[in-house]
Structure formats: C-alpha cells, structure tokens
Ligand binder design. Structure first.
Ligand code: ADP
Ligand code: MG
Length: 657
C-alpha cells in the first residue's frame, strides 16, 4: 500500500494546527461530531432533491469507547466519502468538502452545514496517535479506509463496510504530564463534552452505556441483592436549540427553565430577550437579565460574556466582546451561521462580523430596557435597583462618551417622591416648553410675568441634585431647604458613583446639573443678592477672622443665600464636592483629594448676631464658636470630625454655663 504524503503546505499546517489553533484539546470531539452532522445533512439534502425517501429519524451519530483497545469511535450513517473524496478532503488541509457543498447548493432552510474551513478534522490528532476513517459513499458499492498517524502522511485502501456512512476510530494517546488522555475513553467525560459543545446538533448522538441493575428476584423476601450489567443506549444531546424555535411556540416557563439549567441560577430571570436578526449579520440571540446581582458579580472571578455558537455548536463559553461593560450582568447566548467553528480567540477579537453582532446585541438590550421602562415601571425599578449602578459606571468610566446611549435609562430618587427619569424631570422643569403647553398656559404665564422675571425664575436653569447616604439624610440637609422651598425638584443621589456620573454628563438637554451645595444656585433675586453682598462686606473682618481660626480647613467663611432655618452648612467650590471627597477618601489607596470647602452661615439665624457680638466683645469665644460651627456642619454632611472628644467637651462646657 502506497504511503502518501500530505501536500507540502498541508504538512506544516497540520503541525501548526495540532499545536496551536485550539486552546482546548477536548474540542476535537465537537469537530468530528459537527462533520458527522454535516454528512447527515448532506444526505438529507440529497434525499429531498432526488426523492430517496430518507427521513431525519433514520439518521444518527454514534459514539463508542473501548478501554482495552484505547479507542474512541465516531460513526454516522451520512453521505460518506468516495476514495477521491477521502483523498481530497482528508489529504489536503484547508480543503473543505462542506464549503464546496454550501457553495454549490443554494442554502435551503432546512440544511445547516457547519464546516467550511477544512481544518477541524485534524484536531483529532491532538488526542489520537492514529486515526482510521472507513467510509462508504451513499449509493456506492465500495468502501475505503483512510489511515494516518499524523504529519508523516496517510494511506488509502479498500475496506469492508455494509451501509453508507463514515466510521472514525481514534487510537487515543497515552497519558502525559500535561494531559490526561484517558479521560477521552470515559463515558462520563464524553457525555459532558457532548452536552457542552454539541447539545444542539439536530441529530441524536447516541452512546451505549453500561449500568448496574438489580438482578430480578434478588434483594426482596430476604434474598441478598445481586447486580447484573445492562447496556442502555443513551441519547446524549437535547438536539433542538430553544432559540431556534419560534417565539410563539415558547412560553415564559420554557425560557426560564432553560435559563436556570444553562446559567446555574435558582431564580427565574427578570426578563428574557429573544431575537432573530437577518441582514448585515445573521444571528439568533437569547439574552437574560437576572433578577438579582449574581453572588460573584463583584468578585474578581466574575467574567462577563455571552456563549457563542456557530450553527448550534458552541465555540466559546464566554465571549466578552459581545457585551459592553455596562451590560456585563446580561447572560445568554448568540448563535450565528456567519461565524466559523475554527476560529481562535485572538482572531475573534478582530472579527468584523462579531463586532456587528455585538453592536446589534447591545441595541436589543437597550430597546428592551426602554420598553420595560415605558410599560412596566415596577419591573424596571426592580431591575434598576440591582443593575442601575452599572449604567452609571458606564457613563462615568467612558468620560461621558456613552451618555447619549444610557442617559434615558437612568432612574433617580427625587424630592417629588419615588423615582424619576431625567426626561420626566425635564418635562416638569419650570418654564421649559414641552409639547403639551397650550395657549391657556400662556395666559397664566403672562399674568405672572412681572413676578417671575423679578424672581428670575421664569425658566429653571438647572437640574438640581443633592447627595447623601440615604434619602432621610438628604432631606434633612440644610442645603436642600431653600431649593425645595422655591418649588424646585431635587434629584436625590444615594449611590457613590452618582455625582461622578452627573459630572461626566454635565447636562441633560442643555440643562446643567447643579448640586444644591454649589455656589450660584440661581435662586435669589438681584435685590436679595445685593443685600447679602453688602452684609458680607460689612462683616468681612469677622469672616476673615473665622477663616483664619479654622486654619486651612475651609477656603472661606461666608453668608449663605440658601439656608432658611438652619444655622450653618458646608458647601464647596470647584470640581470636587464634599460628597465626592467622602467617596474618594473611603477608597483603598485613596489619594488625598480634598474639596474646597466653604462654611456658610445663615444671616437670619440668631447665631450670626451672636458671632457679630462676640467678635467685638470676646474674640477667643468667637474663635471657639467658629470651630464648633464647622464641626457641626461636617456632622450634618455625614463627615467625620477631626476631634470628636474636644467637640463634645466644648458643647458640654457651653451647656453647663
Ligand atoms: P470542514 O468541516 O471545515 O469542512 P474538516 O477538516 O472538519 O473541515 O473536514 C474536511 C472535509 O472532510 C469536510 O468538508 C467533509 O467534506 C469531509 N468529511 C469530514 N468528516 C466527514 C464525515 N464524517 N462524513 C463525510 N465527509 C466528511
Ligand atoms: Mg469540520
């Protein structure tokens, strides 16, 4: 028998392949099963065209292991190969009979051939020292055997085989330090691999498995239990991918069950998204949003990504490129015919098709969330409570680049009670024209014009927000009092990332975000401003004295325009707010980021008169009060004070007087 060499370039390719294309040796089984499935598809196609009367029910893929002979056998009763085909398809690497088949036959709905690169078969050599293929083409009298021990070459000779189809026998390598090849001889391992990679091959993949069973008549009536071996034929794959079914065929329970089985969750998902897309990319996707943040979500073990299938065959367990970080909580899968099985991770990253799919997946998630926000607020709030923070991080981490994509998905708590979107807030802003403004309103506005222009509030300039660790804390912040009093709605920010996120967004539809602690809230009338300015100037020596006493802890002490009943508060100038300072200093390896703090004093509060008086009569006491007031303002903000003991001693001293 003549030993033929692989074509020169094939030889090098083969070596490369065996050693590098695939990261996991175990995928050889997926490749051989996919080839068998292709062979069955081809026969089915032929039967339809030539009316041969074959049905899918007659077609199957059979796996067998033999421990003694160290062999794993994969057989199919598909189209088979002639001697020429064995020579062409298996003698030349990168020669794909399946690709030619697809090219030559217009793709019919019902045939879903997987192969196209002509390399998958050789992955067998990653685990086998010798591969024997016996094949008989459908309608042919003769069968042939192709045999090879790897790069050296192969032989083809006549062989015996009754029915059409192909039997591939792998003589499994001996165990090595790196790889436990024996595994591929064990039924449990084979079952696991089929489940993982080939569960949705549309033909049954069967295997005879030995079980122990109780011998009849034993183990009862006082007789000892005796066992005997029994062989059962198991079908290893579930065959029909749920995502290939029509939506109308599926109930919520089906989707939920699949989710729980496949993605190891105990609870039903919050919702699912099932799409079939054709066009620049053809793919099906089945996506889920979990009900709760997964337990490992914030651990470093968490990996985002969707399962990636190529025509029902899994090619990647977690394809990270399919999901933007801010949707990293989404679970699910994508199945596309446009992707090839034999594609490495590195290649996938640059795959144009994959990028198109990722964009489109992102869009469907966004649309679904928008739909939910519009139609089922309660559910959306539930979602947002769990994952809203990701969306905010998404905006922050991209320096606001994702703003347009995400801003309308955000929810905030509000001084109006409950939650609001930015668009809802915007539509409630004073003087902002929305579509449903009509002439009746115009009349009203005309009446109030004088008053409004005096207030300088005929149009609300800012979207106000206030930060704090809880709603009740925020509500009791002195800074929020005046803003609410003037009838402005305030967004209540309770997540650490909130203020950073808003800072990145800068504005919504041209309305700037403004902290209630920021300077220039735009609340006062010109007259009020003038009055305060004068008072401020008149008492400059007092404020300078207090600032000096506080020794660099504040940038300035000044009169407040925002306080109504409360004596003092802390505000800030510049980019970094007091709240942001709090967040940053709580982080590990915190940089020493400090807000530029201003101590504001309520000009209408009795304490101000007292300070003025003391400044004249008892400077020491005035200085001491400055320190107490500063500490109080910090406490109101929920910040730590430098010396709590001294603070409480001072208070007691005053109380004891
Ligand atoms: P691909 O599947 O990408 O075409 P492979 O290297 O996996 O590449 O297979 C090469 C070719 O060998 C296939 O295209 C097909 O023509 C042929 N082939 C492989 N396995 C079988 C089989 N079980 N039955 C019939 N033909 C097969
Ligand atoms: Mg293949």
């Amino acid at each position: 028998m003549e030993q033929k060499e692989f074509k020169a370039e094939s030889k090098r390719l083969l070596e490369m392949m065996i050693n590098s294309i695939y990261t996991h040796k175990e995928i050889f089984l997926r490749e051989l099963i996919s080839n068998a499935s292709d062979a069955l598809d081809k026969l089915y196609f032929k039967s339809m065209e030539e009316n041969l009367g074959l049905t899918r029910a007659d077609m199957q893929i059979k796996l067998e292991t033999d421990n003694d002979a160290r062999t794993l056998t994969i057989s199919d009763n598909g189209i088979g190969m002639t001697a020429d085909e064995l020579e062409n398809n298996l003698g030349t690497i990168a020669q794909s009979g399946s690709f030619e088949f697809k090219r030559d036959n217009e793709k019919t709905e019902d045939v879903d051939v997987i192969g196209q690169f002509g390399v998958g078969f050789y992955s067998a050599f990653m685990v086998a020292k010798k591969v024997t293929v016996i094949s008989k083409a459908y309608g042919s009298e003769k069968a042939y055997m192709w045999q090879s021990e790897g790069a050296d070459g192969y032989t083809i000779s006549e062989a015996e085989k009754d029915a059409n189809g192909t039997v591939i026998t792998l003589e499994i390598k001996d165990n090595s330090d790196e790889e436990n090849y024996d595994d591929y001889l064990k039924p449990y391992k084979i079952r696991e691999l089929v489940k993982r990679y080939s569960d949705y091959i549309r033909y049954p993949i069967i295997m005879d498995v030995e079980h122990e069973k109780l011998k009849e008549g034993t183990g009862v009536d006082g007789k000892d239990a005796e066992y005997e071996k029994e062989t059962v034929t198991e079908t290893l794959n579930s065959q029909i991918p749920i995502w290939k079914k029509a939506k109308t065929e599926l109930k919520d329970e089906d989707y939920n069950q699949f989710y729980k089985d496949k993605f190891y969750d105990y609870t039903d998902p919050l919702f699912h998204i099932h799409t079939k897309t054709e066009g620049s990319a053809t793919y099906s996707a089945l996506l889920y949003i979990p009900e709760k943040v997964p337990y490992d979500y914030y651990s470093k073990n968490f990996e985002k990504g969707l399962q990636l299938y190529s025509s029902g065959v899994m090619i990647m367990e977690k394809c990270a490129d399919l999901l933007p970080d801010y949707f990293s909580f989404v679970k699910g899968l994508v199945d596309s015919e446009d992707l090839s099985l034999n594609i490495s991770r590195e290649m996938l990253q640059h795959d144009r098709q994959l990028k198109i799919i990722a964009k489109s997946v992102e869009k469907s998630i966004k649309n679904e969330l928008k739909k939910c926000l519009k139609n089922d607020r309660e559910k959306y709030e539930k979602f947002f409570e769990q994952f809203g923070i990701q969306l905010k991080y998404g905006i922050y981490e991209s320096y606001g680049m994702n703003k347009d994509e995400l801003q309308d998905l955000l929810l905030f708590k509000t001084s109006n009670g409950g939650t609001t979107t930015l668009s809802e807030y915007y539509s409630r802003m004073k003087g902002v024209k929305t579509e449903d403004d009509n002439s009746e309103n115009d009349n009203k506005t005309a009446e109030n014009t004088a008053e409004k222009s005096e207030e300088n509030a005929d149009e609300q300039k800012f979207i106000y927000f206030a930060s704090g660790s809880s709603i009740s804390r925020i509500e009791s912040l002195p800074q929020t009092e005046m803003v609410r009093d003037k009838g402005f709605e305030i967004l209540y920010l309770t997540d650490n990332v909130d203020e950073f996120c808003l800072q990145m967004m800068h504005d919504y539809k041209g309305k700037e975000f403004k902290s209630v602690s920021a300077d220039d809230l735009g609340l006062e009338t010109e007259a009020e401003k003038e009055e305060i300015k004068k008072e401020q100037e008149d008492n400059k020596p007092l404020f300078d004295f207090m600032t000096e006493k506080l020794g660099g802890k504040v940038k300035a002490v000044c009169l407040s325009q925002r306080l109504k009943n409360h004596p003092v508060c802390i505000t800030s100038e510049g980019m970094l707010s007091v709240e942001m300072e709090k967040v940053l200093s709580a982080m590990p390896n915190a940089e020493n980021a400090k807000a530029e703090k201003i101590l504001e004093i309520n000009p209408n509060h009795a304490i101000f008169s007292k300070l003025k008086e003391l400044f004249k009569t008892d400077k020491d006491k005035a200085g001491e009060y400055a320190e107490i007031l500063y500490d109080q303002a910090l406490l109101i903000e929920g910040m730590a004070i430098e010396n709590p003991v001294e603070f409480s001693n001072k208070i007691c001293e005053i109380m004891a007087k």
